[in-house]
Design a protein around this ligand. Structure first.
Ligand SMILES: Cc1cc2nc3c(=O)[nH]c(=O)nc-3n(C[C@H](O)[C@H](O)[C@H](O)COP(=O)(O)OP(=O)(O)OC[C@H]3O[C@@H](n4cnc5c(N)ncnc54)[C@H](O)[C@@H]3O)c2cc1C
Ligand code: FES
Ligand code: FES
Length: 481
């Protein structure tokens, strides 16, 4: 018999057999459980009204992450603790410290956004960082919650009050929760079936490979922050889904002397800690992908395979010379990330093939590496242009290496090869940079002719790299003001 989807809903065990596996967690909560505290605003991951918290047992400790339930598929929460706003208060009806602070500090008016804010603030209360949460961390945690009434100030007051509180019934009973979750863990993957619709969650690379061979038309799903919208907005149904999030081999980040190897299913929130150390400018870009709720489940693998021209991680990967490893029953092939794209949202990925990992070579010490995302808002906005620059200027002042990765300039993320050619072998001067900017017009001409806003800002980013690398730090400080 097929497996049930098993999880704890606010501490109570659930075993689901009669729901479509691609139903969203929000639909399930509101229509099956009739728990309407979790709201639907946009149904596309933008407003945070639907925020719930997913708890996982990791090395004997609970890890709580806020996610958008409107695009989270039910198959994904097998073996997890699903915490909703109804489950936050204490069993005797008294409020959790986060809820009490929202009341005391006037953090709510019409109340529509409040359940979502409470769930995000709950994860701030259970802050995992080694150091106390900074203002930037608080903004990150709240980046995916919109409020039309309060003006945010009272909510930020709440955040400052409750950050890293860490003392509640969830910490008091942590070992019981861990034990309950561990008792539900599977040794082999889940195979769920309802009305001939299947959801597999394999637990090894070989099981994944076998499943893809058996179901070559299956859709793969990692964080579902792209695919989930096909359910919530386009009402698509998927006969077979194969989840990647439980495959250990796809969930690790390995660091060697020469490279970082990023498994296709590693969520951004996990990855960013290593990126901050190894490629700080790339980490800065990742911290601006979507919102906290998107980054807790979204992956670089999904970003690459979704093949959007504005995918934010790709320009950095291209500039750094990353390669991707594709696997199928016939074996593996490795290719530079820029060779993956063949047209608008088209890739060389074959049926039965999947992305296993990305290898990002470490930067030689004498290279300049910078990355920028330009968008109308800091958070939750599609990039107008994302650019990443890996340049070497030798001790004679000559450019000996240049890889310029761009997203938003054309139908696919791309290297600005004309501009690269205009730089290499020339002195790193403003005149040469201006020539390279002229050459870059050819890189974008098909979709973004000269004078187009995106084309102009793409060109100007190269000038910015020049200015930032040739202007004394003290003078740059004035600019920053
Ligand atoms: C509100 C919101 C804001 C967003 N903001 C940004 C942003 O600022 N910048 C940005 O770049 N993106 C953004 N995105 C898009 C999305 O979050 C990213 O593209 C993310 O990286 C997708 O990863 P995922 O794991 O969720 O992919 P999924 O949705 O799980 O998968 C995406 C696609 O890739 C396929 N796939 C996934 N993994 C593999 C694999 N290993 N092998 C083969 N195929 C695979 C899936 O079948 C699917 O077609 C946003 C999305 C939302 C909803
Ligand atoms: S309903 Fe808006 S983010 Fe989910
Ligand atoms: S209190 Fe009304 S939307 Fe936030």
């Amino acid at each position: 018999m097929a497996d049930a989807i098993r999880f704890l809903l606010n501490g109570e065990k659930r075993e689901l057999r009669n729901v479509p596996p691609f139903m969203t967690v929000l639909q399930y909560l509101r229509t099956v459980e009739h728990m309407t505290g979790t709201k639907e605003g946009c149904a596309e991951g933008d407003c945070g009204a639907c925020t719930v918290v997913i708890g996982e047992a990791v090395d004997g400790k609970m890890r709580w992450r806020a996610v958008n339930s409107c695009i989270l598929l039910l198959g994904r929460i097998d073996g997890k603790y699903l915490l909703t706003v109804e489950g936050v208060k204490n069993p005797d009806g008294t409020l959790h410290p986060v809820q009490q602070a929202m009341v005391d500090m006037h953090g709510t008016q019409c109340g529509f956004c409040s359940p979502g804010f409470i769930m995000s603030l709950f994860t701030l209360y259970h802050w995992e960082g080694d150091k106390p949460a900074t203002d930037e961390d608080i903004f990150d945690i709240l980046s995916g919650n919109l409020c039309r009434c309060t003006g945010y100030r009272p909510i930020l007051d709440v955040a400052h009050k409750i950050a890293c509180g860490k003392k509640d019934r969830f910490t008091d009973h942590e070992s019981d929760i861990v034990e309950a979750l561990e008792s539900m863990q599977r040794t082999i993957g889940m195979e769920y079936e309802y009305n001939s619709q299947k959801y597999f969650a394999p637990r090894s690379l070989s099981a994944l490979r076998d499943l893809i061979e058996e179901y070559p038309d299956a859709r793969l799903v990692a964080g579902a922050t792209d695919l989930g919208l096909e359910v919530s907005k386009e009402f698509k149904e998927f006969p077979v889904l194969i989840g990647l999030s439980e495959v250990p081999e796809l969930n690790k980040v390995e660091e060697t002397d020469d490279a970082l190897i990023i498994g296709a299913a590693v969520p951004y929130t996990t990855l960013v800690k290593t990126l901050e150390r190894v490629f700080p400018p790339f980490a800065k870009i990742v911290r601006r992908i979507g919102s906290n709720q998107i980054r807790t489940v979204g992956t670089v693998g999904g970003n690459i395979c979704n093949a959007a021209p504005i995918a934010d991680s790709i320009p950095s990967l291209m500039a750094l010379g990353a390669t991707i490893r594709l696997r199928s029953k016939d074996g593996v092939r490795e290719l530079p990330v820029e060779d993956f794209y063949v047209g608008y949202r088209q890739t060389v990925l074959q049926k039965g093939e999947f992305l296993e990992y990305v290898t990002v070579p470490k930067l030689p010490k004498d290279h300049i590496f910078k990355a920028y995302k330009l968008a109308r808002r800091r958070d939750l906005d599609v990039a107008s242009i994302t650019g990443a620059f890996n340049i070497k200027v030798d001790d004679k002042g000559i450019v000996t290496f240049a890889r310029l990765g761009y997203g938003g300039g054309g139908a696919v993320p791309q290297l600005a090869t004309n501009a690269q050619d205009a730089l290499i072998g020339k002195p790193w001067t403003e005149e040469v940079v201006d020539q390279a900017m002229e050459a870059m017009v050819q890189d974008f001409i098909k979709r973004r002719p000269k004078g187009d806003y995106r084309s102009d800002i793409a060109l100007n980013l190269l000038k910015r790299v020049y200015v930032e690398t040739t202007t004394p730090e003290a003078d740059l400080e004035v600019w920053k003001l």
